[in-house]
Design a protein around this ligand. Structure first.
Ligand SMILES: NC(=O)c1ccc[n+]([C@@H]2O[C@H](COP(=O)([O-])OP(=O)(O)OC[C@H]3O[C@@H](n4cnc5c(N)ncnc54)[C@H](O)[C@@H]3O)[C@@H](O)[C@H]2O)c1
Length: 298
């Protein structure tokens, strides 16, 4: 018996990389799968249905059941069509995994509105477009497993990817909020932060690529676990997966607080700030070799 026998899953961005590995793994575990992929380049251009169709053929060749869907998750109609494909072809929807993604890297001061909007649309809105119709169905059925995708770029910040990092941190907020909203309906919502070598990491500098040297297939069993009944008690969690390591991330919480009886003036806060609150140093300042505080000659 497979862990996901009888289940129906929809995986967005399943034509390449991590999404493809997840679709193959869910099918191997017994799920029938909607393989969604808009079939675009890493920067989101020149759509094609070939990517989704190829993965469906791979699943079928291994004895599984799947249907291709080449809609864009960036539109409400696309998200609805993905859910409709599951309900229409397989009669239900138990599992949603959101892997669709693109990159348009620019420093904040050089970023165009188009590059900002395109990345937010595929990642952040591209989760909402699928989750809205999916949660409506899951709420009625009182069953569901949702797996979202964030990134260390979102969790820690990424100087050359402000659009991507903002979308990815937004997805964490969406994950927590949807987990809270769906708890009473028995629906779990968890978030994966992956590190895996895919076409998306091809343009990273060599040192960063070396860190990513783990196959996308390593992420898939973690998603299959979260999608299964064995994880019915796990919700609102952020798991980082790289190769054979799975790490649980913390939720933001206040570190220190200071209260003034009379209310604050800027000067009064300045007087006590360093001692009373200090800073929670950005982890990536040191990792990226960024000097802070700035050296006097800068
Ligand atoms: N690879 C990593 O190390 C890494 C690190 C952090 C986060 N992630 C995240 O993991 C997820 C998968 O990334 P990947 O590395 O497998 O990338 P990938 O480029 O290999 O796959 C992404 C897929 O999404 C599809 N896609 C793009 N726009 C779409 C749209 N509008 N609608 C539907 N499909 C669309 C693409 O055609 C592609 O097949 C992404 O959310 C990515 O941000 C990956």
């Amino acid at each position: 018996m497979g862990l996901l026998d009888g289940k129906v899953a929809a995986v967005t961005g399943a034509g390449n990389g991590i999404g493809r590995a997840v679709a193959l793994e869910l099918a191997r575990a017994g799920a029938r799968v909607v393989v969604n992929d808009y079939g675009v380049t890493v920067d989101g251009r020149t759509p094609s249905s070939a990517a989704a169709e190829t993965v469906v053929k791979e699943i079928e060749a291994r004895g599984g059941q799947a249907v291709a869907n080449a809609e864009s998750v960036a539109t409400m109609a696309g998200g609805q069509a993905i859910v409709d494909a599951a309900l229409g072809r397989f009669g239900d929807l138990h599992i949603v995994v959101c892997c669709a993604g693109i990159l348009r890297e620019r420093m904040i001061f050089n970023m165009s509105e188009e590059d900002w909007d395109a990345v937010i649309a595929v990642h952040l809105k591209g989760h909402f477009t699928v989750l809205r119709p999916a949660t409506r169905h899951m709420r009625e059925k009182k069953y569901g497993r949702i797996v979202t995708f964030t990134s260390v770029a979102g969790l820690e910040g990424s100087p050359g990817q402000p659009n991507y990092a903002a979308a990815k941190e937004g997805i964490v907020g969406l994950t927590r909020s949807t987990a809270l909203a769906m708890a009473k309906y028995g629906v779990t919502v968890n978030c994966i932060s992956p590190t895996a070598e895919t076409r998306m990491t091809e343009r990273l500098p060599d040192a960063r690529r070396a860190q990513a040297a783990a196959p996308p297939e390593a992420v898939a069993p973690v998603v299959a676990f979260l999608a299964s009944d064995r994880a019915a008690h796990v919700t609102g969690q952020i798991l980082h997966v790289r190769g054979n390591q799975v790490a649980l991330w913390s939720h933001p919480a206040p570190l220190r607080a200071v209260t003034s009886r009379e209310g604050w003036t800027p000067e009064a806060l300045a007087d006590v700030y360093d001692q009373a609150l200090g800073q929670d140093r950005l982890r990536r300042l040191d990792a990226l070799g960024i000097a802070w505080p700035p050296r006097p000659d800068c």
